[in-house]
Design a protein around this ligand. Sequence first.
Ligand SMILES: [Zn+2]
Length: 306
Amino acid sequence: MNPQFERHSGDEMLHLTLMDGQVRVLLCETTLLTQRAADLHDASPVAAAAMGRLMAGSLMIGVMLKGQGENVSVTIRGDGPLGPLTAVADHDSVRVTCIDPHVQLPLRPDGKLDVGGAVGHHGRMSVVKDMGLRDPYVGQIELVSGEIAMDFAQYFTVSEQQPSLVALGVLTSGEHVLKAGGLLIQPLPGCEDGVIDQLELRSPMFADISRELAAAPKEELAEGWFRGMNPVLLDRTPLCYRCTCSRDRMERVMISLGSKELSDFIAKDEGAKVQCHFCNTVYSFSTEDLRDLLARASAKEQAGEA
Ligand SMILES: [Zn+2]
């Protein structure tokens, strides 16, 4: 065993290069954070699988963002029963929400969860990267399959002009997430054709990523899959499910509703509750709190008019 491929347990992203930097590889395990999302959203197996795949794919983009406060939001709007799904990732954490996490669908004929059926085969995927600049980067593609991995591959290839092989998977026992993870392989500009041919030849080995991860540690998989291609581990990042909501942020959301809406809440004198869609935390505002927010909203509106 190569000492750089020391086994670590838990959720983690490995960043490797192959063939002296001709190929970039990201390999992640996301089992615990997928279970966390499934618990928070009381998700059905197919919803947990869809959210798990979306989170692993979003983390592949998130880990490439380096700056503090930079993040990426990936939203899939398909025509399936799950409704829109959104994940937000930064360089080491992710959170997710979907409209109907209780959707149940029959298994596909091959015995797998019908993620494409739940997401829908038609629709759009949008990627918004907030890198602290004035305007965020926005990329959009038509869904290829709704199975999510191919949709991410299409995004990288079309929007980022970076041909990519993507595998994403969630293996569940029904109630529990047994394994979840993902793999991204990107031949970088100047990569030799022979190297690309090698990767294509080997691609069946990593097609079923969650089953592979259930059979062996990710480090062992990386060594085996890329044997003879000089795999070098550049970086490893622990990953977690983390929400960044706060009372301060929710106050700003309330203020953005505007003075008319806030006045209506105050007139009812029942206070207001706002629940975070990513972590279910409830923020309560008393009528007194709302009067304070109304004053701030009115001041903002007057400043806007001036
Ligand atoms: Zn939250």
